[in-house]
Design a protein around this ligand. Structure first.
Ligand code: HEC
Ligand code: HEC
Length: 287
């Protein structure tokens, strides 16, 4: 072309556009860049045809490949559910002992039990199952009603002193306000305290021993170590559910507080109760 004009400073051809003597240099994009750009446009068109992409009023175009993230998710949930059903059926059919002995089943039961525990049990026993005043710690090996799998299962399934369940644990501590006078009560309390700590008055404590054997040993044992058939706590392990110290013990003797726990088998079903049992048993104190 005859009217080609080349800029003197840069040596680059100009486009022929000129504004008040200023010319536009002709610097086209590199080839590779232009082709990549066309390729992305092609890709976008292909993608829009193959996959769900273009928004319509209520949904989007389906795409020729029929891909759907929702269908994928449903599929995954379906798979997960059927694996779960396999485990849950086995748990339903087996005893807690058999579940605990099967490594896979045990693992499955523990994770199911742990999540059921968070929802149903943590409000009373604490999220780490460490309990609190009136609510027993389930991590230690101090058990009111027994720490083997069957005992734990019975306690969870039927509760403690729970009116709505005919198989619930019923035994409770009687009040001794009419049996022991104030002095005798103080003596017995001092004696109980002396099982693990130094009593305020050793004479009172030794005076209380006979009254303990006469009135308390039937449930708490002659050595004070408790009895899981009665739910009578071990008084010789320095773990206090109702209150610590001679005064608190004295109050428990004259006007006992009773623990109550709801029954869970009707509410959660046997399978979940079994999972909870294996979970609680696994916390560290299981026998
Ligand atoms: C019929 C059985 C029975 C007899 C008898 C009995 N207890 Fe108890 N005791 C229990 C039970 C069950 C509990 C748990 C409290 C409850 O929920 O009733 C308990 C709880 C206690 C506690 C609270 C323990 C803690 O961890 O805080 C003390 C202390 C205690 N008893 C002392 C005595 C003394 C002292 C006597 C005798 C004067 C006595 N008990 C007689 C059954 C009995
Ligand atoms: C409303 C409060 C409450 C809730 C909720 C509760 N518990 Fe309890 N639980 C108690 C009390 C109180 C005791 C102690 C009963 C007694 O004094 O004998 C107890 C006792 C127990 C024991 C017996 C401990 C032992 O030393 O023998 C186990 C096991 C247990 N709970 C597990 C559970 C599980 C699992 C759940 C959830 C499904 C649960 N609890 C929910 C209040 C509760």
């Amino acid at each position: 072309m005859s009217d080609k004009h080349v800029d003197e400073v840069s040596g680059v051809e100009t486009t022929g556009h000129e504004w008040d003597g200023i010319r536009e240099l002709n610097n086209p994009m590199p080839r590779w860049w232009v082709w990549t750009f066309y390729a992305t446009i092609l890709w976008a068109v292909g993608y829009a045809i193959a996959y769900p992409s273009i928004p319509l009023l209520t949904n989007a175009t389906n795409g020729l490949l029929g891909f759907s993230s929702r269908a994928d998710l449903t599929q995954e949930v379906e798979t997960a559910r059927s694996t779960q059903t396999v485990y849950l059926d086995q748990i339903a059919a087996k005893t807690v002992g058999e579940i605990d002995a099967d490594a896979n089943l045990r693992q499955f039961a523990i994770s199911g039990g742990a999540s059921a525990f968070k929802v149903n049990c943590a409000p009373c026993h604490g999220s780490g199952a460490a309990g609190g005043p009136g609510f027993p710690n389930l991590n230690d090996d101090d058990w009111l009603w027994g720490g083997d799998l069957e005992s734990i299962q019975k306690t969870i399934a039927h509760g403690v002193r729970f009116d709505g369940d005919g198989d619930t644990h019923v035994s409770e501590m009687p009040a001794f306000a009419d049996v022991l006078d104030a002095a005798q009560t103080r003596n017995v309390a001092a004696y109980v305290w002396s099982l693990t700590k130094t009593p305020s008055d050793t004479e009172m404590a030794s005076a209380g021993k006979q009254a303990f054997l006469d009135n308390c040993a039937a449930c708490h044992g002659e050595d004070g170590k408790g009895n899981v058939d009665m739910g009578a706590p071990n008084l010789a392990d320095a773990i206090w559910l109702k209150g610590e110290g001679e005064e608190a013990i004295g109050r428990q003797i004259s006007a006992p507080k009773h623990g109550m726990m709801p029954a869970w088998s009707a509410r959660l079903g046997e399978t979940t109760v079994k999972e909870l049992t294996v979970f609680v048993h696994s916390l560290g104190g299981g026998k």
